[in-house]
Structure formats: C-alpha cells, structure tokens
Ligand binder design. Structure first.
Ligand code: GLC
Length: 665
C-alpha cells in the first residue's frame, strides 16, 4: 500500500508517475515536525536495519552514519563523505516496521541513520515543502516493487551496452581511438565500445567535434563500427561554453534558455571550457532545445552518450573568484607573509561547487523563477531527461545508450548512471558492490563504476579483481583520469588474463541481459542483499560483501590485495562455479555454511542456487557475435531459464516471441 502525505507546497519533481491519492494526517509510525523546517523521526530497535539511499556512501545497511542528498562533484569518496553525485531519497526500514519512505524533496536533505543517537533515525530539511510517500507491504521485495511501480519503469539500454567499454580521459585523435580498438582486438580482448572523453570536442564545446582531428566524423564513426566492431560513445557536459558564433551559445542566449541571476544577467560558471552558461533544463522548452542538439551526433552515427558535470559542477564563478582575489589582495596589502595557510586553502578550496554559487542563479518553471539551490538535486536528472525525451523524438524505434553522473529518482526512466570519480583503491571495489542493491531499489539498474579506479594509479591485480566484479555489472567500463597510469589491459603483462575475464562477461551476456530486462519490466531488483532472501538467517542478514544476482546466482568477488581467495558464507547449499583461463568451467557443490574458496586472479567465480540454471554462451569478441541460439545450461537438471532473444535495439522485448524458455536436461 502506498500513502502520500503532502507538507506545504512541494515543488513538482516528476519523480513519480503512478497516481496516488493524498492521505491526510501523518504516517502511522514515527513523528513529523514542521515547526523548524521538516523533521521526520523514528526510534529504531537494535535489530532494525535501514536500506536504500541509492548512490550514497558506505554500507548496504545504512545504519550508523549520516548521509546528505546534495548532488556534489566530489572525487573524494572517503568513508566520511556524506554526499556524492546523487540524491536518491528512498529508505527501506526492516525490523519493527517493514516500510519504504520516499522523501520527494529536490534540495538539501539530511538522513541521520543512528549517527547522532544510535537508536534514532531523523530525516530533515530546511523547508517543510515536500511529499512523503510511505509504502508498506509483506516483504522488502514487495515494497521495492510497489515503489518501482510508483516511480515508473527503469531505462532499458540497447544490448551492445552490455558489452565491455574502454575509456580514458586523454584520448584525443582519431588514431588514439583506432589504436585502442585495434590493440584490444590484437590482444583478443572482447570490446564493444570506446568512450570519447572531453578531448574529442572542439575546445570542450558541447555537440562539436574537433575539426582537425575528425575532418569526417561520420565516416570515422562508421569506420570504427564496420572495421573494428566498436561504437564510439561521446561525453556531453552540462555547461555551454560562452563563445560568440558558437551556435549552441548563440541560440541559448537568443531564446533565453540559460539560467539567469536575480539581476537578470546570465549566470556564468567556469568548468572545463572556461566560462559557461547552464541550460535551464527545468524549463520544458529549454530542455527540448538542449535535447534536440543530440540529434546531430546521432545523425553522424552515434548510438550512445554519457552526461557529465551535471550536479552541476562549478569550478568557480566570477563572483566567487573576485571575492577570493579581494581577500588575497587584502593579505598582500597587509604586507606580511605570515598568512595562516588554512585561511588560504579555505578561500580557494571553497570556490568549487559552493552553496553560495548555487544560490546565485534561477530556473524558469511555469513562468516562475525558482532559485537553483531550492531544486539543486534535479539538474542532472533533467539534463538526462532532456536527452531521453529527445531520443524518443529522434529515433522512437531505437534504444540509445545513455548514462549520467548526477541523478535524482525519476531519472532512472531516462538513463543509467556511473558512480563517478572513484579511486584505484581496494575499498572502492567493495563500495561498488554495496551500492548495487541500493541503486536498484531506487530504480537505477543500468549502473557501474569506473573499473580499475578513475583516480590514483591502478595495479594489475586490483584491475583484474575489480573486473571480476565488473563482469556482472550492467555497465562494464574501464575508465581512468588524465595523468594516471595507463590502464588499458594491453599495458600490463599477460593481457590474455584480461581477455579471459572479459570473455566471461560475453559468455554470461544472455543471462545478464535477460535478468536485466526482467528486473526492468517487472520492477524488481537485479542485485539483492542476502538479507532480502535469507532474512531468517542471522549470518546472511549481516553480509555486506556478497550479493544475489537475479534468482539464480550469488556473487562474492575477491576484493583484498594478495588474497588467494576469500571466505564466503553460503546460506544454503550451492554450486561453486569457476570460469577457468583455459575456457573450461569447474563446478563443485558446497554445503551451507562458511567456506574458504580459492580464486586465482584470472578466474571468475560465481555461486549457483539449487533448483536453478543459467545459460552460458560460447566466447565472443563483441555482443553481436554472442550466439543466443546455442546456449549451454549450467545448474540443476530439470530447472529452466527464460532468455530474452529480442533484436537488442528495438522495443520488442515486451513481445512474448522475444522470450524463450530453456530447460536443462
Ligand atoms: C569528470 C568525470 C570523468 C571525466 C572527467 C573529464 O571528472 O567524472 O569521468 O573523465 O570529468 O571529462
């Protein structure tokens, strides 16, 4: 059952699509105060668990820390980081009550989940203008299902998006991209996509390509697809460069589609291209205009994009910079070099993504001006919605790959997300794993992290271990920052080990693709915590480094340095499966309980639940070559799996002819 409570005059976020009548009063559990902003409080029992919050930091069970919804371009995903790129305001309480809570509020929101007082959950925000949805049901899964019905069907990417993609900030020329594709092919590493980071553009101007490096871009896109079997996936950033004569800038100014300040001047924010204006994607007309610009790249053969810097990220504004310079001028004029370093760092460090800047500009919504900080968490969502709505107009019969960095619930209908600028740290493999079920609860199914780590220098073993998790995540992309160690697989010794790990992804593609589609079409999670299924098992309830994938598989990747394997807990008897480097598959039945399993760096492990089977394809070098007609089943004889055999690009996945039941002999 879904109950909707309205407080004050909420901003319409369009997060929900399923109509729900309003309930008067307050929820049956917890207390609500609207005296000083909005505060929801609930006293938890020691045994209660709290799930949710999508792309938030830390564990699967959110208890014991404080989280903030305040979409931030923050590359420091430390343990004490309170807000990352997303605002996914959904909590799932398990224990004394079984209920979901969705706080539909587009600005800064604080979730204190037993941090200030270990038994107290408080959710608070500055203004009591929001909708609160309370969802109750028999089980956690039923609640998630209801919530997902409320917020609408998750985005479904084309099948090629389930292939492997190589990315690096710094690829610049056509030859850079050609050589990435060629060297993967030479090393026998399957690949479907090469990502284009900002350097493909002309001076970082959205929807342009550098004319010297790509004199015939359409021809180059075609060449890469036909000769290398690789699709190019360009990045699009939020800020539009201020440059006379640049059509996107000129149009945005002429048609009044950029965000303005209170005095009516256009707001300026420095990002990669220098000073930019932000398209007012909350204004439907401006959104349609911005979305329309994806058309030219699509007409040149592009079939996928990633939307970036859309928190929106601000390096500095002219106002912030002039204030900082004034402060420093004062210091210079004081004539002393004895300036406390922390003062300098605070002033300069505080320039980026400052709340003061977010309060400087406005959106035009239904003719009214809305100050950006009041709706800050909706920007990335609406930039991606601009693209998604445009794709429906531009190519209604074709799925386009789209994922974003920043998001709010509702954006899951238009695209997926990647989890931003992580680091080549072992702990970030675990963070990647833990976010998966939380993201799924909030509707985000097409998700993945920068495998190998974006920041810092990766190592061969870290990359291999991370890939063995990435084999299962819908978005599987190796991406790294400018200046870091090069981490394409062929940069390391024995690239055949990488080729093997990636080939497992392609062998599992029919399984992963079908499981994804079922989760999207049925409003279910692709990845679940063990506690969702084995809730009566005390050990399973506390497990935060293993996940269930679909109904059939449990994953338990190795995520520590120099480990020969790992300890894994089996809540029931399972088949331990390993994809070995010689292409064979080993299986061993393991009893319920704790086991130490050996896993070499070049092996991919998974566990199969009894009574189930999964399809395995022959190895392939690209998604189009995966042979869905000849699949081998692995698991319990007599069990069945239903595989999706649609064309992978259109919208036939809802037709029953696109699904085939396979039964294991
Ligand atoms: C941001 C993105 C990163 C990208 C970089 C340059 O940091 O998160 O993925 O490589 O910008 O465009």
């Amino acid at each position: 059952m879904i109950q909707k409570y309205r407080f004050g005059t909420p901003f319409e976020t369009d997060a929900c699509v399923f109509p729900v009548e309003e309930t008067q009063g307050v929820p049956a559990f917890g207390t609500v105060s609207t005296e000083n902003g909005f505060v929801f409080s609930y006293t938890m029992l020691d045994t209660d668990a709290v799930y949710g919050l999508g792309g938030a930091n830390r564990g699967i069970n959110k208890r014991g820390y404080v989280y903030e919804s305040d979409c931030s371009d923050n590359p420091n995903h430390h343990e004490d980081t309170r807000s990352l790129y997303a605002a996914h305001n959904f909590l799932l309480l398990s224990g004394s009550v079984t209920a979901g809570l969705f706080f539909d509020y587009p600005s800064f929101l604080r979730f204190d989940v037993g941090y200030t007082r270990s038994d107290l959950l408080t959710v608070s925000c500055a203004e009591a203008n929001l909708k609160l949805y309370v969802i109750t049901g028999e089980s956690l899964e039923e609640i998630v299902h209801e919530f997902r019905t409320l917020i609408g069907r998750s985005y479904i990417p084309p099948r090629f998006a389930f292939g492997f993609g190589q990315s690096r900030w710094g690829y610049r020329t056509a030859e850079d991209f050609r050589s990435v594709a060629r060297r993967h092919r030479e090393a026998g590493v399957p690949i479907d996509m090469v990502y284009m980071d900002i350097d493909y553009m002309d001076a970082y101007k959205d929807f342009t390509v550098n004319p010297e490096n790509f004199p015939d871009f359409a021809g180059f896109v075609k060449e890469m697809k036909e000769e290398q079997g690789v699709r190019l996936i360009p990045i699009i950033d939020a800020g539009v460069k201020i440059e006379k004569g640049y059509p996107v800038y000129e149009e945005g100014v002429a048609w009044d589609y950029f965000c303005r300040k209170a005095d009516g001047e256009l707001f300026q924010a420095a990002v990669w291209p220098g000073y930019t204006h932000f398209p007012d994607v909350l204004n439907p007309e401006a959104r349609a205009w911005f979305g329309e610009h994806y058309r030219s790249l699509i007409e040149q053969g592009i079939e996928g994009f990633w939307n970036d810097m859309n928190e929106p990220s601000i390096f500095h504004s002219p106002e912030g910079m002039s204030d900082a310079l004034e402060t420093m001028r004062g210091m210079v004029e004081a004539g002393s070099v004895d300036v406390p370093i922390y003062l300098l760092m605070e002033k300069l460090g505080g320039l980026a993504n400052s709340h003061a800047d977010y309060a400087r500009f406005y959106h035009k919504v239904n003719g009214e001006l809305v100050r950006h900080d009041k709706v800050h968490n909706l920007f990335g969502y609406n930039m991606t919605r601009a693209a998604g709505e445009a794709f429906d107009r531009i190519c209604p019969d074709k799925r386009i790959l789209m994922f974003s960095r920043s998001s709010y619930i509702g954006m899951h209908r238009y695209g997926g997300i990647w989890t931003g600028d992580n680091k080549a740290w072992w702990s970030h493999i675990l963070l990647n794993l833990r976010m998966l079920p939380s993201l799924n609860m909030c509707g985000f199914l097409y998700v993945g992290a920068d495998l190998g780590g974006f920041g810092c220098n990766t190592t061969r073993d870290l990359l291999l271990r991370w890939l063995a998790l990435g084999v299962f995540t819908p978005l599987m992309r190796n991406h790294a920052a400018l200046g870091t160690r090069e981490q394409e697989f062929y940069q390391f010794e024995n690239p055949e080990d990488f080729a093997h790990v990636i080939s497992v992804r392609y062998r599992l593609l029919p399984y992963l693709y079908s499981t994804y589609l079922r989760a999207a079409l049925e409003g279910r999670m692709m990845f679940r915590p063990l506690s969702f299924v084995y809730g009566d098992d005390e050990i399973a309830r506390g497990i935060e480094d293993q996940l269930l994938l679909g109904d059939e598989v449990m994953i338990a990747p190795v995520y520590t340095q120099n480990a020969a394997g790992r300890t894994v807990y089996l809540p029931e008897e399972m088949l331990f499966v390993k994809f070995l480097p010689d292409g064979s598959i080993s299986t061993e039945t393991l009893s319920k309980g704790l086991h130490f399993v050996r896993v070499a760096l070049n092996e991919v492990p998974l566990f199969l639940r009894p009574g189930h089977c999964i399809p395995v394809a022959a190895p392939a070098q690209r998604t189009e070559e995966v042979d869905f007609a000849h699949l081998t089943l692995l698991g319990t004889p007599g069990s069945s799996f239903t595989v999706c055999c649609d064309d992978g690009i259109g919208r036939d996945y809802e037709k029953s002819e696109s699904w085939k039941v396979l039964t294991m002999e």
